[in-house]
Write a protein that binds this ligand. Structure first.
Ligand code: ZN
Ligand code: ZN
Length: 422
């Protein structure tokens, strides 16, 4: 039988990850996520005839990998979803939050989110699960807790999908277990940082800590805008490891997510550090705490990471007008976000005043850089094709050139809708 891959999302774009693997009778879909246009409207992946789809396997709980799953639970549909137990529980939190923030722009409702969770089967790393004529295994991808490399084997050989992947050890995550992939004919790989290498992680952590300390010791407050899932916990762990001697506040969904993570210690690299942060740092419970937190010298870690709303915007407005304070960004700042405009124009938007607080950005990325992506390609035995997804076209082209130069592997940069035969 003829097997193929079909790119339903994530072709020449970051996010909206969705890759179909199958034959003319049946298929499975790896990830089913969303991304957002300039006006913040969600884009959903292409759809496949529902009765062909025997199940979804998801790499991790970021919305750009799971945000569209409930579409296959509408009406009488009851499609099975597979992923790690940590991914299952965090996915529920993410989908609920997505509905709360963007409900009117989403083609499903609460009942479909509920059904997604009911149909979600948790599978462990290294276990083999059969879905129709295919066998699926997951391995730690090093990106966020629960994140997985997905390997799909059929009579036509094996496809490995990186999901989002990181080979650098962080406080939260052990590096991706690429050696467990073994043989694969085709690798579908993210290419978010196909053009760039990240600086040494230890150096970044030390520099971040020293600068935070410097600002606070001279009487200022540091705002660290950070995504509630993973980046907040990473920053809190860095501060906890060094026994930061001033108050640390954290605000947003990060409390709930931290508690979930502490329930799955086996998915964390240094669970004791996160527990220490949870025990010693202060969670902002409501407006009373919020009004107080920014008046103290110390650190506030708050969502959203790109200042697109959330408590970080409130703190930003309070802290940005004094040169004693600092705004330390720790996430990539996507185009058309307030964080990006801040970096480019030195102000929050066209109406606000110029920023007086100190502004810096630190690279706490949870994605592999260029050399690491090449290392992944080289580590797989019997590889014939590398399919680059989840990257901007310039990142993908640049990475493709490097892979072609250094290996004999064929490289494909597919568009959405493109089929690749196996
Ligand atoms: Zn992603
Ligand atoms: Zn991700």
């Amino acid at each position: 039988m003829n097997y193929f891959l079909k790119i339903l999302g994530g072709g020449r774009e970051v996010g909206r990850s969705a890759i179909e693997v199958g034959n003319s009778d049946s298929s499975i879909i790896l990830d089913y996520g969303v991304n957002f246009d300039e006006k913040d409207n969600p884009n959903f992946p292409l759809q496949e005839v529902p009765n062909r789809v025997k199940g979804f396997v998801v790499s991790h709980a970021h919305l750009d990998h799971v945000g569209a799953l409930p579409i296959y639970q509408i009406g009488s549909l009851n499609t099975k979803v597979y992923g790690t137990v940590a991914t299952r529980i965090i996915t529920e939190v993410m989908l609920k939050d997505f509905l709360k923030l963007s409900g009117s722009k989403i083609p499903y409702e609460w009942v479909e989110v509920r059904k997604t969770m009911d149909n979600f089967m948790a599978i462990g790393y290294g276990e083999e699960t059969e879905i129709d004529s295919m066998k699926v295994s997951l391995y730690n991808a090093g990106h966020i807790p629960g994140s997985s490399i997905i390997k799909v084997s059929s009579e036509k050989g094996a496809v490995a999908f990186t999901g989002d992947i990181n080979l650098t050890e962080t406080k939260l995550m052990k590096p991706a277990e690429i050696e467990s992939i073994g043989n694969a004919n085709v690798l579908v790989m993210e290419s978010t940082y196909g053009k760039f290498n990240h600086p040494n992680r230890k150096v970044v952590e030390n520099e971040f800590y020293e600068k935070v300390l410097e600002v606070v010791e001279s009487g200022g407050t540091v705002l660290v805008p950070a995504f509630s899932l993973a980046r907040s916990q990473e920053v809190l762990s860095v501060l906890a490891e060094r026994d930061f001697p001033y108050p640390v506040y954290y605000d947003g969904m990060s409390r709930e997510i931290t508690e979930i993570m502490l329930g799955f210690r086996e998915f964390l690299n240094k669970p004791d550090l996160l527990k220490k942060a949870y025990d010693n740092f202060n969670y902002v419970k409501g407006w009373e705490d919020r009004h107080r937190a920014w008046k103290e010298r110390g650190v506030i870690v708050a969502s959203a990471g790109m200042l697109k709303g959330g408590p970080a915007v409130y703190y930003f407005k309070k802290l940005s007008e004094s040169s004693k304070n600092a705004i330390f960004l720790v996430s990539y700042q996507a185009i058309n976000t307030p964080g990006r405009r801040l970096l480019e124009m030195g102000k929050f938007d066209e109406y606000s005043g110029l920023l007086k607080a100190r502004l810096e950005i630190f690279d706490f990325s949870s994605h592999a850089g260029r050399r690491q992506l090449l290392e992944i390609v080289k580590s797989i035995k019997g590889l014939e094709k590398a399919v680059l997804v989840h990257g901007s076209p310039d990142n993908e082209t640049s990475l493709a050139d490097l892979i072609k130069q250094e290996t004999g592997v064929e490289v494909i940069i597919p568009e959405n809708g493109q089929e690749i035969s196996l």
